[in-house]
Ligand binder design. Structure first.
Ligand code: NAP
Length: 335
């Protein structure tokens, strides 16, 4: 009997939150490697807000996922069959493996990377992976905090934001304020991660709290959320502030219906810079960020947490946690 493998393909384009009709489970034969390829048994997939954007039929920094194609995502797995010297059987690899039990990796430019021994797979998908590198390069290269600066982060209890705030403290920010949803998340970032203050955007008037907590204005804003939170921060900028547009999760489920930001004029008043950022532009420099991050984690200066959801069949629910705020830490599906 031929061994089979599950894969989740995009069955229809979502409107709003992703529901069960958007993906379809298919059973296919386990693939065989061709020369230069290997078959990977996928163990973990990374669940990222950007997957929701790839499901829309609109141009972006990567093409949309085609209908009928496996849902694209990063992942980590083990080589189980190989016709490639680069990917020996038993090696752990990271690559764009997708929502499936088995993936093919090849030696081409978009091939997978071998994971070094001793790095836990879940950490490799979070603090040492794309998430950690997003925080590192977005804050340091685009936000460029100076010693003593006031740094504000939205999505502050999330995978990326929680690391941004901690790096800002390490780099000597004078005050780090996180914006997050709910008292538990706000307490976590202050009590455990060392943020100076938190704003619960679900309960507080964000603009008013920013004015209280950042009386000299916000020097660096690392934005994961967009929408009304971005608007509130623009009203509280310091002179020559840097606004890092990393994400806009508040609008991903309804990009066409999202209202505009009415107060971009504040960038002129304060002579500030607002810049979009894409971590993929920094792949060639990941080692630099990873080495520094390894040190900080080893020294206990950066804490990270992962929210692991069991079962490939629960990938849609896992994705939706990002939009309900039901996640505590980097969302990963254990396939
Ligand atoms: P995450 O922060 O771990 O999870 C998403 C969080 O967003 C949720 O926990 C929720 O936290 C918050 N959220 C959801 N809807 C919201 C809303 N309407 N208003 C305010 N907050 C809301 O996810 P992540 O993977 O680290 O991604 C964070 C952001 O970084 C996303 O915008 C993502 O697209 C972006 N990103 C960008 C790049 C890049 O290269 N530019 C790379 C990676 C990630 P609360 O409970 O606090 O609401």
């Amino acid at each position: 009997m031929t061994a089979t493998s599950r894969r989740l393909v995009l069955a229809s384009r979502p409107t709003g939150m992703v529901d069960g009709d958007v993906v379809r489970v298919e059973e296919v034969p386990v693939p065989e490697p061709e020369p230069g390829q290997a078959v990977v048994r996928v163990r973990y997939v990374s669940i990222d807000p950007t997957i929701r954007g790839w499901m829309d039929d609109r141009p972006g920094y990567l093409p949309p996922i085609e209908l009928g194609a496996v849902v694209r995502s990063g992942g980590i797995g083990e080589v189980v069959a190989s016709a490639s010297d680069r990917y020996p059987v038993g090696a752990s690899v990271f690559g764009m493996l997708g929502w499936q039990d088995h993936a093919i990796v090849d030696e081409g430019e978009a091939g997978a990377q071998i994971l070094p021994d001793g790095v836990e797979a879940t950490s490799a998908l979070s603090v040492f992976g794309v998430t950690g590198m997003t925080a590192y390069f977005g804050l340091l290269d685009v936000g460029r905090p100076a010693e003593g600066d006031t740094v504000v982060v939205s999505g502050a209890a999330g995978a990326t934001g929680s690391i941004v705030g901690q790096i800002a403290k390490i780099k000597g920010a004078g005050r780090v304020v996180g914006i997050a949803g709910g008292p538990e998340k706000c307490a976590w970032i202050v009590d455990e991660l060392g943020f100076d203050a938190a704003i619960d955007y679900k309960a507080d008037d964000v603009a008013a709290r920013l004015a209280e907590l950042c009386p000299d204005g916000v020097d660096v804003f690392f934005d994961n959320v967009g929408g009304s939170i971005l608007e509130a921060v623009l009203d509280n900028l310091a002179l020559r502030a840097r606004v890092v547009l990393c994400g806009a999760i508040s609008i991903y489920n309804d990009r066409d219906g999202a209202p505009g930001i009415p107060n971009t004029f504040e960038l002129i008043n304060t002579r500030s810079r607002m810049e979009g950022f894409l971590v993929l532009d920094y792949v060639d420099r990941f080692l630099e960020g990873q080495l520094e991050m390894f040190g900080w984690v080893a020294e206990g200066r950066i804490q990270h947490r992962e929210h692991v959801v069991d079962g490939l069949e629960n990938a849609v629910d896992a994705l939706n946690l990002l939009f309900t705020g039901g996640n505590s830490g980097k969302v990963i599906v254990a396939v």
